[in-house]
Write a protein that binds this ligand. Structure first.
Ligand SMILES: C[S@@+](CC[C@H](N)C(=O)[O-])C[C@H]1O[C@@H](n2cnc3c(N)ncnc32)[C@H](O)[C@@H]1O
Length: 217
């Protein structure tokens, strides 16, 4: 198991999950329509986010992928759902009420493990990964979701040299290297404990990526 995995598992073990919002993300609520009609939405690096329940409430089936067993267990327990674990490829699947969480390493998930995905939603996922992992992450995400699936991606942008991630700064130029079409839907100032402490200007930006062809067919 890599160092990065151990970093996240220890955060779950110690309850250091400040990233967990405990309610649907407001940018998702404002723009969920961009994910298309009810389908099957992939939520990479899902934690136990309420966004999965929110997407389900819109009629989507939801597939989260998350390293920490505690996150998967807590999600279903907190929603009063029974979800027994069973093996799914290299991961462990728990599924109830239209929501599946595949517990294990995102990079070990295969397309046949997640099923036919219509859209994806990345909050605190690409920005949780160090620069050297992000190209691989994006390529794997596109492999799992399919080339035509649209995705909503929430990024932070700030002077990386002034603050250590995560969350890391991921700019629009970088996203354009990974995804065929990138449209910025929101751009606002934000702050977190780290950026506040260091007096850093931090922006939060929502993008719609992929899913639309450059030329009409
Ligand atoms: C910053 S948290 C965000 C969780 C969730 N998206 C949210 O908004 O609350 C990042 C999550 O990614 C998980 N994670 C990190 N690396 C992973 C990997 N390689 N495979 C699966 N999950 C991973 C961590 O355990 C953690 O729960």
């Amino acid at each position: 198991m890599g160092m990065d995995a151990e970093f996240w598992l220890s955060r779950w073990r110690e309850g250091r999950i400040g990233f967990h919002e405990g309610r649907p993300n407001d940018l998702l609520v404002s723009h969920a329509r961009a994910l298309g009609p009810p389908g099957r939405v992939l939520v990479p690096l899902s934690g136990k986010t309420e966004d999965m329940a929110y997407l389900r409430s819109l009629g989507h089936e939801v597939v989260g992928i998350e390293l920490a067993e505690a996150a998967a267990e807590e999600f279903f327990r907190e929603h009063g759902l029974e979800a027994a674990p069973s093996p799914r490829g290299a991961l462990v699947e728990r599924s109830a009420g239209g929501i599946t969480i595949l517990q294990g390493d995102f990079f070990d998930a295969r397309p046949e493990d997640v099923g036919a995905i219509t859209a994806f939603y990345d909050r605190a996922a690409i920005v949780a990964l160090p620069p050297e992992l992000r190209p691989r992450y994006a390529a794997h995400l596109r492999e799992l979701a399919g080339e035509d699936a649209p995705g909503l991606v929430i990024c932070f942008e700030y002077p990386q040299e002034r603050m250590a991630g995560p969350p890391f700064s991921v700019g629009e130029d970088e996203l354009r290297r990974y995804f065929p079409a990138v449209e910025r839907l929101e751009d606002r100032r934000t702050e977190g404990p780290q950026s506040r402490a260091s007096g850093i200007d931090m922006r939060e930006r929502l993008y719609l990526v992929g899913g639309h062809r450059a030329e009409p067919i």
